[in-house]
Design a protein around this ligand. Structure first.
Ligand code: MG
Length: 161
């Protein structure tokens, strides 16, 4: 038995914040604003997992109105989501990620993001793909006002569900 899930996230790019994408801290003058660490990649991966397992979304599990989640590390969030997905009887088949960012250039960072995701998801490197797109200088992404991520995940039943 297999299931697919989709995840999306967008955060505003602002001065005075670190830029963390897929758990990788990227040297850049601006970073993503949010109640948590605003890691759009890990947030979108977590939502794709929850979607495939029909377990809701990260807004329900980690409400941004709750002070205990202030500054929440995307890796901690994804680890918690993976625990729930595993508990529900699923393992990850593969994961495909698109990051939309006009800046910075993400090509040098894609291998580290991919390796981290493979580890979090408990799959080989060959089951994770990371793509980066610019916004072609149009829209909020293209003007460098935001970065977003889209993710599709395939889950497979780990045994009898
Ligand atoms: Mg988010």
């Amino acid at each position: 038995m297999i299931r697919v899930g989709i995840g999306h996230d967008t955060h505003r790019l602002v001065e005075g914040r670190p830029l963390i994408l897929g758990g990788v801290r990227i040297d850049h003058p601006r970073g993503l604003m949010g109640h948590s660490d605003a890691d759009v990649v890990l947030h979108a991966v977590a939502d794709a997992l929850l979607g495939a397992a029909a377990l809701g979304d990260i807004g329900e599990l980690f409400p941004d109105t709750d002070p205990q989640w202030r500054g929440l590390d995307g890796g901690v969030l994804l680890t918690e989501v993976m625990a729930r997905v595993t508990q529900a009887g699923w393992k990850v088949g593969n994961c495909d990620v698109v990051i939309h960012a006009q800046e910075p250039k993400l090509t040098p960072h894609k291998p580290a993001i991919r390796a981290g995701l493979a580890q979090w998801l408990g799959v080989p490197l060959t089951s994770v793909n990371v793509k980066a797109k610019t916004g072609e200088h149009v829209g909020p992404i293209g003007r460098g006002e935001a970065i977003s991520a889209e993710v599709i995940v395939l889950l497979q039943a780990a045994g009898d569900l």
